[in-house]
Design a binder for this molecule. Structure first.
Ligand code: GLP
Length: 250
């Protein structure tokens, strides 16, 4: 299902509403979470939902999708820091997992993380953003669809884009640990968020193009329970004519 929202904030609100729905149905849900600019408004809304007593996350098990290798948890560029800032420090105690950032044995950390996800029963809900090269989590172009949690080597375009966030004088790590594509695809429900015109071409290619590991997000076409949340800016190019609207039952 494709849902077009008025603004990027509304995309975040709609994603948070899906998290809420999932937690009301199953308070001990296992939920996979993304980072990046796109989901910030989702986290803001989740914090509000918790504060107003609409939902409780206490019983849920949260798993972040990925983390850079080589950064400490305290590093403002680590995803652990991002999660503290946008969610964890602002709500009740919660069971939160993220691959260790400063591990000496990333391969081992990746396989332990996969085991933890499996022990938890896999993801009930997996929230995703999308990279401009079509990556999901840090599954870069060329990652096999059969991949489980693994050590990923980042694509030059990802490093270049992320270097803007790291700022001058800081080297972007070129290695990360990411939940794999197979693990993501086993999720009972996947919600993909994409906002802004910058993401529209890759989203279009992912949704309507060939299903290929060159465009990792294209695998999502095979998922039986996928929700795509986009803002108007992103949707404009994705659905470029009326027949596509019609075809997608919009
Ligand atoms: C990052 C993360 C992804 C995220 C993507 C998009 O590299 N590893 O999980 O979905 O890039 O980020 P943004 O929302 O900032 O465009």
């Amino acid at each position: 299902m494709l849902k077009i929202e008025k603004s990027s904030e509304m995309v975040g609100f709609a994603a948070a509403a899906m998290v809420a729905k999932q937690l009301i149905k199953k308070p001990d849900s296992v939920i996979a979470l993304p980072t990046g600019a796109t989901p910030i408004s989702m986290y803001e809304t989740i914090v509000k939902f918790v504060k107003y007593g609409i939902i409780s996350i206490e019983k849920a098990q949260l798993f972040n999708l990925d983390e850079y290798v080589g950064l400490t948890r305290e590093d403002p560029m680590s995803f652990a820091y991002y999660m503290e800032k946008h969610l964890l420090s602002r709500i009740e105690r919660v069971q939160h997992n993220i691959p260790a950032t400063d591990t000496k044995d990333p391969e081992r950390e990746a396989s332990d993380y996969e085991e933890k996800i499996e022990k938890a029963g896999g993801f009930d809900l997996c929230l995703l953003g999308i990279g401009i090269d079509g990556h999901i989590g840090f599954n870069e172009p060329g990652t096999p669809f059969s991949s489980i949690t693994h050590v990923a080597h980042l694509h030059p375009s990802t490093i270049e884009r992320n270097s803007k966030e790291f700022g001058r004088g800081r080297i972007v790590p070129d290695i990360a640990i990411t939940v794999g594509i197979k693990t993501i695809m086993k999720s009972r429900h996947i919600v993909l968020m994409a906002t802004g015109v910058e993401k529209s071409s890759i989203l279009k290619e992912s949704l309507f193009g060939e299903i290929t590991s060159d465009v990792p997000a294209s695998v999502l076409q095979l998922h039986p329970n996928l929700t795509i949340l986009v803002d108007k800016e992103c949707a404009a190019k994705v659905i470029s004519n009326a027949s596509e609207f019609h075809r997608m039952n919009l």
